[in-house]
Design a binder for this molecule. Structure first.
Ligand code: NAD
Ligand code: UGA
Length: 475
């Protein structure tokens, strides 16, 4: 066996200080105080924010993250822009960079763009002087490890590598809880060689510092890579399934929450991920399914590809249906009307807005000339404008940048956003929205006062008794 791959892990590097790299490494550092963990990124502002004395300036908002960072930062958790130094020093390197959908060339709009992952592999190959375990933490198409191996082996200078797949299953908003209590950790590697098994065991030992061993699963690399895409596809499929039923509920008088409770009580189905909504968002569900569809098509499996693509088609339908219902209910036009948005993030307890349903709904309403007033407890004005400009860059709508800036108004407190509104749309399920003074809001709104609850969080009975006309999903 190669002795250097069997050495205890003293230094970990993680390339990519984003929503996955930051919290994951913070928890590894917290639970393994004897290992030095260095998280590196090419974005200097991100690193400066991770190092900020003021913990409110951390680049990511996650409940419990501040406490973990406070415990480990400066002790054995470091954030730096010096990628080369971190690579050199580490025995184990996590690649945790973004893998967005390709926006150009072959596979445009479908395949994962692996350019950032490839750059990491090239940089490791150029800089490393001793043997390394390279861990794929990013979500990658099945067989990516082969491409990484080919770069490492062909560019490297005699250094030996073990490549592991260790996909991350945390959900945003509950990342720290999920990392502390993971249902399972998946480690894909080469169990047929002693070096491969030693590398898998070295990574398993790290997680075993806080998780029971039976939750640490070992598989071959391809199963591990594919399991991650499959897990996200199954989760998203459940949301699209209940959203499809929500449309039928609205036509038939059934109530989607009663249906969800009834089917979720079957232990084979289970109650989680059956919450009907305005549509799923987030950086991964859509991107990972598109990637799965692309892989299936490339393998000639067109029926399998079509099957999974329907999950996305249904999600797009749900977002569009919500926006169009607002327009038709407001007498077929929202031109010049004030529509107040409660929430912009793709789910509660995060400041992440990637693929948020809110931006698609806003865009449809703005094309009908609505004035959108947004209040979200954690999302900044720059972010909201940049989300809408991103949709312009995809030609999703015909709004010019100037038009975006004049039709969208961001508020730092809720009541000014809601005053004189023709309608309110709830786009994110932030808890605070439930405890607002809804009578005060009603008095300040134009009548009839419409509420479109895209998350089914408000007490419809109470709001109706105040005088609101309320629309909820699947009711
Ligand atoms: P992110 O965009 O928040 O972070 C990625 C970071 O990598 C960025 O800060 C970027 O500057 C940095 N980066 C890119 N190329 C680099 C390079 N060559 N050198 C150094 N830094 C570089 O992305 P994320 O949400 O953390 O996602 C990362 C991966 O994890 C993706 O593959 C995603 O699918 C997967 N994932 C994400 C989640 C989630 O909840 N966000 C959960 C599970 C898995
Ligand atoms: C999801 C998975 O849950 C994680 O396991 C995975 O690691 C992650 O993707 C990833 O690979 O990035 P995340 O997107 O952070 O996590 O959040 P989810 O809780 O899965 O919610 C995704 C979207 O679905 C949100 O917009 C949420 O509001 C929506 N959703 C979720 C529903 O509309 N209904 C539900 O019942 C559940």
């Amino acid at each position: 066996m190669n002795p250097s791959l069997n050495k205890p892990i003293k230094n970990i590097a993680c390339i990519g200080a984003g929503y996955v790299g930051g919290p994951t490494m913070a928890v590894i550092a917290q639970k393994c105080p004897k290992i030095k963990v260095t998280v590196v990124d090419i974005n200097p502002q991100r690193i400066a924010d991770w190092n900020d004395e003021d913990l409110d300036k951390l680049p990511i908002y996650e409940p419990g993250l501040k406490e973990v960072v406070t415990e480990a930062r400066g002790r054995n958790l470091f954030f730096s822009t010096d990628v080369d130094a971190a690579i050199k020093e580490a025995q184990m390197i996590f690649i945790s960079v973004n893998t967005p959908t390709k926006t150009y060339g072959k596979g445009k709009g479908m395949a994962a763009d692996l350019k950032y992952v490839e750059l990491c592999a090239r940089q490791i190959a150029e800089v490393a002087t001793d043997d390394k375990i390279v861990v794929e933490k990013s979500t990658l198409p099945v067989r990516t490890a082969q491409a990484i191996r080919s770069i490492l082996d062909n560019v490297g200078n005699g250094v030996k590598y073990q490549i592991l797949s260790n996909p991350e299953f945390l959900a945003e908003g509950t990342a720290i809880h999920d990392l502390h209590n993971a249902d399972r950790v998946l480690i894909g590697g080469d169990h047929h060689t002693p070096e491969g098994q030693a590398a898998m065991d070295a990574l398993a030992d790290i997680y075993a510092q806080w998780l029971p061993e039976k939750r640490i699963l070992q598989t071959n690399v391809w199963s591990s890579e594919l399991s991650k895409l499959t897990a996200n596809a199954f989760l998203a499929q459940r949301v699209s399934s209940i959203n499809a039923i929500s449309a039928l509920c609205e036509k038939t008088g059934a109530d989607v929450e009663e249906v969800a409770r009834a089917i979720g009580s079957d232990s084979r189905i289970g109650p989680k991920f059956l919450k009907a909504s305005v549509g799923f968002g987030g950086s991964c569900f859509q991107k990972d399914i598109l990637n799965l569809v692309y892989i299936c098509r490339s393998q000639g499996l067109s029926e399998v590809a079509d099957y999974w693509e329907q999950v996305i088609i249904m999600n797009d339908y749900q977002k569009r249906r919500f926006a169009e219902n607002i327009i038709s209910t407001l007498y077929n036009t929202v031109s010049g009307k004030k529509i107040a948005f409660l929430g912009w993030a793709f789910k509660k307890d995060t400041n992440d807005t990637r693929e948020t349903a809110a931006m698609y709904v806003a865009s449809t309403l703005m094309e009908d000339k609505a004035e959108i007033h947004v209040y979200d407890p954690k999302v900044t004005e720059e972010q909201i404008i940049s989300d809408l400009e991103y949709l312009s860059s995809l030609n999703y709508h015909n709004l010019r940048d100037k038009q975006i800036r004049t039709q969208i108004h961001i508020h730092t407190a809720p009541y000014t956003a809601l005053e004189n509104a023709h309608a309110i749309a709830v786009l994110t399920e932030w808890d605070e929205f439930k405890s607002y003074d809804w009578r005060r809001i009603y008095n300040a709104m134009l009548k009839p006062a419409f509420v479109f609850d895209g998350r089914n969080i408000l007490n419809a009975k109470e709001l109706k008794s105040i005088g609101f006309k309320i629309y909820q999903i699947g009711k």
